[in-house]
Design a protein around this ligand. Structure first.
Ligand code: FES
Length: 144
């Protein structure tokens, strides 16, 4: 069996929603301390709906494919739904990632959360701090 699914290869070779939104309503940047990869997520938000999303990823192929898929999954969705998106759901939408690459999909989840937190902070919107707790537990994301 191929190491990477056709969907992973497709989103790696032809990533969707790459770039910068100049007048973004929210920006989130996260990094993986272990590998040094960085991801930035830009959101345009209208009436609580994510009307546009773009990303830049300086990272591995799995991180690029994960960010691309994640942007597709949250585009046009309410903020509340985007907040529910887990790295597992991103990996499933890609028809799976090798176990040792699951952490790459965490970057996508964290970048979206970081951008939404930025939106809440900029607009003085109250939120549950638990939702944006720093750091994550690998066992929670990767079944390890
Ligand atoms: Fe760093 Fe994939 S190896 S995000």
């Amino acid at each position: 069996m191929a190491l990477y699914s056709d969907k992973v290869m497709d989103h790696f070779r032809n990533p969707r929603n790459v770039g910068v939104i100049e007048n973004a309503d929210a920006v989130g940047e996260v990094g993986n301390a272990k590998c040094g990869d960085i991801m930035t997520m830009y959101l345009k938000i209208d009436n609580d709906i994510i009307s546009d999303v773009k990303f830049e990823t300086f990272g591995c192929g799995s991180a690029i494919a994960s960010s691309s898929m994640a942007t597709e999954l949250i585009k046009g969705k309410p903020i509340s739904e985007a907040l529910q998106l887990t790295n597992k759901a991103v990996a499933e939408a890609l028809d799976g990632l090798p176990a040792y690459k699951m952490h790459c999909s965490v970057l996508a989840e964290e970048a979206i959360k970081s951008a939404i937190k930025d939106y809440y902070d900029k607009n003085g919107i109250e939120y549950d701090k638990e939702l944006f707790a720093e750091g994550h537990d690998c066992a929670h994301c990767c079944d390890v």
